[in-house]
Design a protein around this ligand. Structure first.
Ligand code: NAP
Length: 281
């Protein structure tokens, strides 16, 4: 079984991006800039943002974090986004989710210029992705896609089963694999026989949030299994896939942690660079 090493893949991607930033700097005399807005003092969000900033600096991006207290008014945040939209030194804007209840998440997402939407959540980017046009792609599914392509460069005709239909993971993952000419089945909490669906798959991407939902006997030999889940349990952090059992059958599998997670941040940097490049055309 191939253990898909997300840490290594992310380090390789960051190295490639570092070289790309160096050549962009030589060509345009400036580097892509990423601005993250962090609202409130939720510890996981603070950790994510710190890691994003560290990785951005590592590849040579201009990086900035704007922090607001939980009590910040929605209007203040929207005005700041408008200001960043006009700032030519800012290539990408990310507002760290979740947001406090009094702030309308969709309004925030839609205020970010689609061309600076490094999370790929703006309806314009969602539409472009599903129409097969150029767009920012949400970072986690993009990371999954790059990991799958490392194991199997030619995905034409493969049967993919996506477990979970969130806007963040399942739906964009479906679009990415459709673009690669996979036959994609998207499953969810109302799917009648999830095991039977999974048993048909050459590729399974599990993004559910239920510890070890995907069992060993749900996976046929030679399946590539990507585990997006991050679940806190008594035995520590586990994914949505029963790692021990599935590893006996699968052709390739991502561990949790150390699989999809590290690729998510690397893909954020990639998206920032793509936004910068598109703005230079
Ligand atoms: P989400 O928005 O809660 O969506 C979960 C999806 O799973 C829903 O579509 C839901 O179906 C489906 N589902 C629930 N129970 C199911 C069942 N028994 N069988 C089949 N499908 C079922 O979750 P998310 O934001 O996509 O996150 C999923 C997991 O990925 C979480 O563990 C999260 O922490 C993790 N995550 C990891 C990263 C990373 O960087 N590695 C990034 C983001 C998220 P319905 O639509 O029918 O409700």
């Amino acid at each position: 079984m191939i253990l898909i090493d997300g840490k290594k893949a992310a380090a390789e991607l960051r190295e490639e991006l570092k070289h790309e930033v160096t050549s962009l700097k030589a060509k345009y005399n400036r580097v892509p800039g990423l601005t993250v807005i962090l609202i409130g003092d939720l510890t996981p969000s603070q950790i994510y943002v710190r890691n994003k900033e560290k990785s951005a600096n590592e590849v040579g991006l201009k990086s900035e974090v704007i922090k607001y207290p939980d009590s910040v008014e929605e209007k203040t945040v929207l005005e700041k986004i408008e200001e960043l939209n006009k700032d030519e030194t800012v290539s990408g804007i990310l507002v760290q989710l979740p947001l406090p209840k009094h702030i309308d998440k969709q309004k925030v997402i839609e205020t970010i210029l689609p061309s600076k939407d490094v999370d790929g959540f703006h309806p314009m980017n969602v539409g472009n992705l599903s129409s097969g046009y150029e767009s920012s792609v949400p970072c986690t599914p993009l990371g999954c896609y790059l990991l799958i392509k490392k194991v199997e460069p030619n995905l034409k005709g493969k049967k993919a089963v996506i477990v979970g239909r969130s806007n963040l993971n399942g739906k964009p993952m479906t679009q990415l694999l459709l673009k690669e000419n996979c036959t994609v089945t998207i499953t969810h909490s109302k799917t009648k026989d999830l095991k039977a669906e999974c048993l048909e798959a050459d590729i399974i991407v599990a993004a559910v949030g239920i510890p070890e939902l995907v069992k060993g006997d749900w996976v046929k030999k030679d399946t590539i299994v990507i585990d997006v889940g991050i679940n806190k349990t008594d035995k520590g952090i586990v994914g949505d896939v029963d790692f021990e059992e599935v590893s006996k059958n699968a052709k390739a599998l991502t561990p949790v942690p150390g699989g999809v997670g590290p690729m998510t941040i690397a893909c954020l940097l990639k998206n920032t660079i793509e936004c910068f490049k598109r703005s230079q055309i």
